[in-house]
Ligand binder design. Sequence first.
Ligand SMILES: O=C(O)C[C@H]1C=CC(=O)O1
Length: 96
Amino acid sequence: MLFQVQMTVKLPTDMPSNQAAEIKAKEKAYSQELQHAGKWRHLWRVAGSYENVSVFDVEDNAELQEIISGLPLFPYMEINVKPLCRHPSSVHDGDA
Ligand SMILES: O=C(O)C[C@H]1C=CC(=O)O1
C-alpha cells in the first residue's frame, strides 16, 4: 500500500543545538535504513520550508503507524497522511 506522507518539522526554538543535531542524525539513519529496505520510496524536501513530502510502501496502516511513530523527530512534527492508488492515466506500472 502506498501512502503520501507530508511531514513538517517544528523543533522547539529553545532546544539546545546539540540535542537537535543528535535527533536529526538519528532521524537520518532511521530514514536511510527504511529507504534501503524499500519502505520509504520517495523523500523530497518542500523547497523553502523544513518540510518533506514522502511516499511509503507498506503492508498496511498498522505498519505505516509503526514506522511513523518510530521517527526520532515524531514528537516534533505535524504529519499528514494520504492513501494513494494508481491513476488510470498513468503510463507507469502499478508499482509506482
Ligand atoms: O528533514 C526532514 O524532512 C525530516 C526528516 C525526514 C527524513 C529525515 O532525515 O529527516
